[in-house]
Design a protein around this ligand. Sequence first.
Ligand code: ZN
Length: 94
Amino acid sequence: MNCPNCNSENIKKNGSIHNGKQKYACKDCNRQFVLAPENCISQEKKDFIDKLLLEKLPLVGIARVVGVSERWLQNYVNKKYDNVPKVINVTKKG
Ligand SMILES: [Zn+2]
């Protein structure tokens, strides 16, 4: 868990907002924030993101359309392309 502003892990719980979500505050930059439930982004949403990626849209735009943070999306894309084999068009012989 990191501060969305300075990426520090030095954060503390800071009460909760009206809908019961946990609020946090960063001890380093004093930024207050509520963590988005990005650990449970649905597979449908990921499929949608995949489609948008194929359209070569900028990550900023995709993040805005889908409603995820740019940081999360960047991580997602990095992981995704780590898993993609470097050579895709291998033709099998025989
Ligand atoms: Zn911070």
